[in-house]
Design a protein around this ligand. Structure first.
Ligand code: GLU
Length: 444
């Protein structure tokens, strides 16, 4: 089977972590099967959709490396919806309704008062042609409902397993407003059919939509696609916190998070597989399976993301980051500095340890003497092999120092810091002249 997935955000806002997880799973499912990953912009709501959001969605997906194989916009497809709607009308599967919001609210209250489910009573289905004409002559334009069949609706969800709804227990959904504009349900099905979507992947908040959409697929004479409804995303505390799931991609980018780190976390939370850093998003494809996704909420923890980001950076080869490094950072510099980075922004400070300027804290009189000794030793050693081993070896003998007393003042004098990358990797990059000069400055 050809796997075709679509990510269908509404450009009424910016993408957030929850959307990205959906996009990622759509992308993984398509790539794992050699299939197609499409972007569908659900912009039927012209009042709330903006071009700025459309551009931001494309940019965010590009930054993440989740590049769609094609894109459609619902606002370009009204003729398609109109044609399908006409067919459904002719077949009696959509019908006009004339109730106002207030009337519907009263009906719901009455039903609830009688202990009945607040489903639409289909009063409009019983209207005669004359009654409809009279209502329309009174200036009431109808909205349209899809007529559900009163049969059980069943599917095997790729994440949630067997699902069953009773058609008779569901309200006929409104699919079109009185002004002719479209609600989400029907255009989505028409598009999924037209785009030959094989797997509809989305959040579990859409499960009950799926029940009615399955009848729409059937009413339109189409095969029912596979469905995968992912569990919700929750915060680290396990609460259904809107905040974590609503963190925007922009904010994550600004925090210096690498796209691979975000994707590696989102690919694995809520699954039976461990979270692991990857050098590129493609490395997540082989391990992907819907069957590994759990029904329990997936925990998204910003602290875990920060840790994963560091581990991700530690994996990245020079070629992957070269364009984003400070001008002076060589491949050896990257390899020396990489193990100590939490975000790539830290590289600026790291590079300054190599080519300066550094601001060393003043040393004790004893340590200053030691640095004077070290400057002499640095001038005498062979720099071609392992200058750090040579320098510390020589100083161990001449100063009698060892351990922290030996290493810390040297690190402070040579880098201006108490902590940092391995001195063995750093010292050759600092180089003989600069090292001697820094040690002399520290000794003064
Ligand atoms: N625009 C809908 C949403 O963002 C799409 C749902 C779907 O994937 O069918 O919720």
């Amino acid at each position: 089977m050809t796997v075709i997935t679509r990510f269908a955000p509404s450009p009424t806002g910016k993408l957030h972590v929850g959307n990205i997880r959906t996009a990622l799973v759509c992308w993984l499912a398509a790539r794992a099967a050699g299939g197609t990953f499409l972007l569908r912009l659900d912009d039927t709501d012209s009042a709330r959709s903006t071009e700025e959001n459309v551009v931001a969605i494309r940019e965010d997906l590009a930054w993440l490396g989740l590049v769609p194989d094609g894109e459609v916009r619902q606002s370009d497809r009204f003729a398609l919806y109109e044609a399908a709607f006409e067919g459904l009308h002719a077949a009696g599967r959509v019908y006009p309704c004339y109730e106002s919001e207030e009337e519907l609210a009263i009906k719901r209250r009455v039903a609830l008062g009688r202990g009945l489910p607040p489903i639409y009573d289909r009063a409009a289905l019983a209207l005669t042609v004359e009654e409809r004409h009279r209502l329309e002559a009174d200036g009431i334009r109808p909205h349209w409902r899809f007529r559900l069949d009163a049969v059980p609706i069943e599917w095997t969800d790729l994440v949630r397993g067997p699902q069953r709804f009773e058609g008779a227990a569901l309200s006929d959904p409104v699919v079109r407003r009185a002004d002719g504009s479209w609600l989400y349900l029907l255009p989505s099905v028409i598009d999924d059919i037209d785009m030959k979507v094989s797997h509809v992947v989305r959040g579990e908040d859409h499960v009950s939509n799926t029940a009615v959409q399955i009848q729409m697929f059937a009413a339109l004479g189409a095969a029912i696609p596979h469905f995968a409804h992912m569990a919700l995303l929750v915060g680290a505390d396990g609460k259904l916190s809107k905040r974590e799931g609503s963190i925007g991609v922009g904010a994550i980018r600004q925090d210096g998070i690498e796209p691979q780190a975000l994707l590696a976390l989102l690919a694995r939370i809520g699954t039976s597989d461990p979270v692991m850093p990857v050098a590129q998003a493609g490395d997540l494809i082989a391990g992907f399976a819907f069957s590994h996704m759990g029904r329990a909420p997936a925990r998204f923890d910003s602290a875990e993301l920060a840790q994963l980001n560091a581990k991700t950076l530690h994996l990245l080869p020079y070629a992957a980051v070269r364009d984003r490094l400070p001008a002076g950072t060589s491949e050896a510099g990257w390899l020396a500095l990489r193990p100590n980075l939490a975000t790539l922004n830290d590289i600026v400070e790291g590079q300054a340890m190599i080519d300066g300027p550094i601001a060393a804290a003043p040393l004790t009189a004893e340590d200053r003497l030691f640095c004077a000794q070290a400057a002499e030793a640095a001038a005498a050693i062979d720099w071609s092999v392992s200058p750090w081993a040579a320098l510390t070896g020589a100083l161990k003998t001449t100063s009698g120092r060892k351990g922290k007393a030996l290493f810390l003042p040297l690190r402070q004098a040579l880098t201006g810091r108490d902590h940092g990358p391995e001195m063995a990797a750093l010292l050759p990059l600092i180089g003989r002249e600069r090292a001697i000069e820094r040690l002399r400055t520290a000794a003064a």
